[in-house]
Ligand binder design. Structure first.
Ligand SMILES: Nc1ncnc2c1ncn2[C@@H]1O[C@H](COP(=O)(O)OP(=O)(O)OP(=O)(O)O)[C@@H](O)[C@H]1O
Ligand SMILES: [Mg+2]
Length: 299
């Protein structure tokens, strides 16, 4: 059965695991489905991971530029294997951000580009750069939904909150949905991470996917082509299993969530006397303060 999903991985907090997740999810899905990954980040980390010797040909930049010049390119993704294909990134993608035609028509160009290729795949997954520029806006306006990785820390959660606000603003004119937010680099034995998870659920509700991705010293093995990544050969690598479970969960979500009615929580004030009754531990109090800075009570 063809599932036809276009998914963008994005959070405007950098280093949260967008590229690592894109690669691992794509590898997992490609066991069952035909998957295309598109590297939209000028850093080209995904391209360098999958194609370490790639010289920049047939990149997303080259194709988008042809749309800028109003021609219709024949798009030829690079075949990693029969089920996993990639359209590589290019360092010049950054130039599109100051290209007047792309600024004005980027969304429609991206629409044409994706329309031309998506029928050939079950899943099209786009790895995005961190900056919230025209490239990202044109991507998220044209995918079925966003997948948002967040590390269990205040900056990444704030990044996800800001993103939700921006998406809601953009949504007034476009169809923008969210497959979910997941916590990456999670340490189950760390109280702080468990608390952040509680806070994240309180802020984002059902948008928080139940599957976490653990922090693993073996993450490098999952993205280094010199290692055998195959989970059949490497069943001990738990982080690979986390990504497989996350992938299943996203596929089972038949439709991304419409965030039209999503509202960020309003600030719940706790009085100083209430707080002092609970604890005087400075770490816990700092945690409460940071929760309040999210607009969430620590009750
Ligand atoms: N689950 C994990 N466990 C341990 N390390 C991880 C995990 N996920 C990602 N990392 C590490 O975190 C770093 C950042 O990951 P990655 O490059 O995927 O983030 P990114 O969001 O794509 O970054 P950028 O914003 O620069 O594109 C990398 O060194 C990666 O190996
Ligand atoms: Mg990246």
């Amino acid at each position: 059965m063809k599932i036809e999903k276009t998914i963008a991985i994005y959070n405007f907090k950098g280093g949260v695991g967008k590229t690592t997740s894109a690669y691992n999810l794509a590898c997992g899905w490609s066991k069952k489905y035909k998957v295309l990954v598109i590297d939209c980040d000028p850093q080209c980390n995904l391209t360098n991971t999958i194609l370490p010797n790639h010289k920049g040909k047939n990149s997303v930049y080259a194709y988008l530029r042809e749309f800028v010049h109003n021609s219709i390119p024949s798009i030829e993704p690079i075949k990693i294997n029969s089920k996993l294909h990639i359209i590589p990134g290019h360092y010049n993608m950054i130039d599109l951000e100051s290209n007047n035609q792309f600024i004005e028509f980027g969304t429609i160009m991206m629409q044409r580009f994706l329309k031309q290729i998506k029928a050939d795949y079950d899943i099209v997954l786009l790895d995005c750069p961190s900056y919230f520029g025209k490239t990202v806006k044109s991507v998220i306006a044209n995918v079925d939904g966003l997948l948002i990785p967040a590390t269990p820390d205040i900056f990444a959660l704030k990044g996800a909150m800001k993103l939700m606000k921006h998406i809601k603003e953009l949504k007034r004119s476009q169809k923008l949905n969210v497959f979910g937010i997941f916590l990456n680099r999670f340490k189950k034995d760390l109280i702080y991470h468990r608390k952040i998870r509680v806070v994240a659920k309180r802020i984002f509700g059902s948008l928080i996917l139940p599957q976490i991705i653990r922090n693993s010293v073996r993450i490098g093995e999952t993205t280094d082509p010199r290692f055998v990544r195959d989970e059949d050969d490497n069943p001990q690598n738990d982080v690979v299993n986390d990504f497989l479970a996350l992938g299943e969960m996203i596929i089972r979500k038949t439709a991304p969530q419409d965030i039209e009615n999503f509202t960020l929580p309003t600030l719940v004030k706790t009085s100083a006397s209430q707080d002092s009754k609970r604890t005087t531990h400075p770490g816990i109090n700092r945690f409460r303060e940071s929760l309040q800075s999210f607009g969430v009570s620590s009750a």
